[in-house]
Design a protein. Structure first.
Length: 439
């Protein structure tokens, strides 16, 4: 079997093909014959923590990855890709976002191949069209028995897709901000100087393109285009303070969704033409959209709000036999999580050693007691742990820390917010079993 996971960075459920027909109409059409998960949650608000959950089948307190400060190797658990490799599966990660933060140099994270096309999606953004053109050549031939992660970053702020044009009629407030006197006389010339004439930038571009030989033709605007107002100071502060400005900013995000949708349709049609037989496709985001969440919103609702963690997931196949076998043509509303991915893949392996795995996304009786999201970081106001199921949401807040062990089993006396004894006991009972089932 060929398994392809399209990771779409930073798309919330409410903005996705599963919720709003206007933003991503192509994926909506593809999803009509897919298994769609309407209550799927990320385990945290950032990329690394969520990829760790897919690799290890657990949340932050067990993978020990809360973000960029921790290594994927800290958990001492066995990765999904290592198990697959031991069972003659080819595994690959190809991303426009690197995963090498706090990892040993040249660590392939147990993938057969691990390809980073850019060192920074902010400084050297690769749009989906260019990424697709690279992938078409790379994926002309896909090995049988393979798992591929393809990581798109178009919907992550700053919103700089080729379709994001600063039109005066569509964006009157942002247009006015971008063309204010201080920008025209100072910041825009300074940015042109920095981008094209500053020795440090020239050296950085030279060294980066030398290290990443494909990048020069994949990245259209190193350090971002001159015409993007997000690159200028006080843009975000203005968005949080001015409602009309904020609505235009959200409209910029919606353009990226439509652009991403259009390019993903091209990729899915390519897969349908070249690799339809015995191929399974996962389409989801790593986490929700954080770019339009103001500091005030984050302080009140936390970093594990519905907007940050409620995300879309669709599983489809262009192979009718496989689709019928896995009963993909349906909608699923029971809460699920990125932690279910590992067991789902292992359940597809025919080896009898893996048949004991439950919690597969293909199990019609799948019923997670709770789905779990966790995060902590010294930069934040507090750490968080959130449990969700169809009937309940329990939110614990604790003192900020960079130590993942603070999330392992939170003591009642360490909880900063008000929580009932009943809810705390639910949390404690679930978390104790959750820890024991993994360790």
């Amino acid at each position: 079997m060929k398994i392809i996971y399209l990771i779409l960075d930073a798309i919330s459920y409410e903005d996705s093909w599963l919720s709003n027909n206007n933003f991503m109409p192509n994926l909506k059409n593809f999803s009509l014959k897919a298994k769609n998960f309407h209550n799927h949650f990320s385990v945290t608000h950032n990329t690394r923590g969520n990829l760790a959950s897919m690799f290890y089948g657990a949340s932050s307190s067990l993978t020990k990855v809360m973000g960029r400060k921790q290594s994927f190797r800290d958990s001492n658990l066995k990765t999904l890709q290592k198990i697959l490799g031991e069972n003659n599966y080819f595994t690959s990660y190809i991303g426009t976002q690197p995963l090498f933060q706090n990892e040993k140099p040249n660590d392939d994270l147990d993938f057969t191949e691990c390809i980073y096309l850019s060192p920074s999606m902010s400084d050297f953004y690769i749009n989906a069209e260019n990424f697709n053109n690279y992938l078409y050549k790379k994926l002309e031939y896909i090995k049988d028995n393979s798992l591929l992660f393809l990581h798109y970053t178009d919907c992550h702020e700053p919103y700089e897709t080729p379709d994001n044009k600063l039109d005066k009629k569509e964006f009157p407030n942002i247009y006015k901000f971008h063309h204010r006197i201080s920008n025209l006389l100072y910041r825009i010339p300074r940015k042109i100087l920095k981008n094209y004439f500053h020795p440090h930038s020239i050296i950085k571009k030279y060294n980066t393109f030398k290290k990443y030989p494909e990048l020069k033709k994949l990245c259209n605007d190193p350090f971002g285009p001159i015409g993007n107002p997000e690159r200028y100071s006080s843009f975000y502060e203005t968005a949080w303070e001015n409602k009309s400005f904020y609505e235009e900013y959200k409209k910029m995000m919606h353009i990226t969704l439509k652009y991403q949708d259009k390019q993903l349709a091209n990729m899915l049609n390519f897969i349908k033409e070249k690799h339809a037989k015995d191929t399974l496709i996962f389409i989801s985001s790593d986490h929700g959209n954080n770019g339009t969440l103001s500091p005030t919103y984050l302080k009140e609702y936390g970093r594990l709000s519905e907007k940050s963690t409620h995300i879309p997931l669709s599983i489809l196949s262009f192979d009718d036999n496989l689709s019928n076998k896995l009963k993909l043509n349906c909608d699923f509303y029971t809460p699920t999580s990125h932690t279910n991915f590992r067991n789902t893949i292992l359940s597809l392996i025919k080896d009898k050693n893996f048949q004991f795995y439950n919690n597969s996304l293909f199990d019609e009786n799948l019923n997670n007691e709770f789905v779990l999201s966790e995060v902590n970081d010294e930069r934040f106001d507090y750490g968080e742990c959130v449990l969700r199921n169809n009937n309940k949401k329990i939110n614990l807040r604790i003192t900020k820390s960079d130590d993942p062990n603070t999330l392992k089993l939170i003591k009642k006396e360490d909880v900063l917010n008000n929580i009932s004894d009943h809810d705390y006991d639910l949390y404690k009972n679930f978390k104790s079993k959750y820890n024991l089932s993994i360790n």
